[in-house]
Design a binder for this molecule. Sequence first.
Ligand code: F6P
Length: 550
Amino acid sequence: MNQDGRTRLNQTPEWTALAKHREQLGEVRLRELFAAEPGRGSGYTLQVGDLHIDYSKHLVTDETLRLLRELAVATDVFGLRDAMFRGDRINITEDRAVLHTALRAPREAVVEVDGENVVPGVHAVLDKMSGFADRVRSGAWTGHTGKRIKNIVNIGIGGSDLGPAMAYEVLRSFTDRELTVRFVSNVDGADLHEATRDLDAAETLFIIASKTFTTIETITNATSARNWLLGELKAGQEAVARHFVALSTNTEKVTEFGIDPANMFEFWDWVGGRYSYDSAIGLSLMIAIGPDRFREMLDGFRLVDEHFRTAPAESNVPLLLGLLGIWYGNFHDAQSHAVLPYSHYLSKFTAYLQQLDMESNGKYVGRDGLPVEWQTGPVVWGTPGTNGQHAYYQLIHQGTKLIPADFIGFAEPVAEMSEELKAQHDLLMANFFAQTQALAFGKTPEEVRAEGVPDELVAHKTFQGNHPTTTILARELTPSVLGQLVALYEHKVFVQGAVWNIDSFDQWGVELGKVLAKRVEPALTEGAEVPGLDASTKALVAKYRELRGR
Ligand code: F6P
């Protein structure tokens, strides 16, 4: 029994029933499941908004899905979901509400935190962002010397970088191509150097994105950017106001940095960093695609929020995807999960999901303060197909690890390409469909032999198959579809955290490294004695100083 009165997850009858079911199913074969159920290919599908979800190629039966849903009921996933939407403080270790869903609520919605409706504040900021984005896009907002802004540089890290950087890539074909938009996150000076080296400072706007406005990487880069700008313009502090805006919850620190609070776009502590790019953190994206497209994206988020909030368990897509992950992680011992988009525009999507999923669910302590006795979040990885096919797919097809994967693809290529390039889309998608087929059904030794392959090569050319995949297919990649996809994964992560009974909304695991970096820095720069430095790190620091000639 837990401290909170709940039975430990792995002692619940629902968990035990799943473990038993796993044993009974044994090495279930997808070939057999499909042979036994002729309707499986079209029957194991769901639709949410524009997303068609095919989960037929999973190592599950109706019974598996029923038992998984029972586990969700036993762990009160929907109770926690309702508490989240209601604005309860479900981030218990930080005592905060978790309300990214309020960021995409319509103007007339009411969502209360401590008795106050937060929706008017959300829309006031969206309106302020829209006004600013329009002024930059039209040229009405000029730099210190009166020149039009042509370059946007977003400086932020983690959730203050990955979301807008990913979404900017995804929606490139919707962006104002006259604008250069770049994202700087790394404290390695090379990042800012490369982002600014060919820019005219007089035409450059820096957006400093930091929820806390204390993150050392961001403040260091922002300070260097300010120095670069003032140096290039040969101007004093007064130039900052036309070239720097801040996205933050911390007015005091923004002001201290020298940015006029009038040029600050606020958000709130109930927006987690990795859930924040549809807040003020999305300003660079909004400037690039325009407020109307941004709104379409928010509506896409909203659509999936409503689906997650109201759809019955049997057709609830985030619930299904979350539970499938639990089936593999907890009952097949899968360690990782691949996300493989067949769209070049989604090149940063998996990197974005890494923070969303791994920072949320990479926890070994439960909400009750006790260590969990079951696996939690998987290693999330992947890059766009078909590139991955010529790199690591070998291991997925014929390696020794079980790697469940999501395949994301679109029926239409983006509209602005030439007809010749659009024609390549069918080849891209032929790969998309072929891969999930090969992964699921493989190739038997008999099939290999029938091709005339010599005996000694038959084993090498045999594909065991049975590698589970989800296919997510939509007509085209629009701002709304991007919102739908992101919300789908946000809620999938939520479902898993709820079942595992962990706090998916804190991130204490990144703190220790931050503290130690601060402590180690004087050892590098001044050769200072750092108390408590272990022998290995001490020797490495000495080597570093030697290599730098210090
Ligand atoms: O990596 C830890 C973290 O706190 C993330 O959760 C967050 O997105 C990132 O740092 C950046 O934080 P901030 O927006 O406060 O600069």
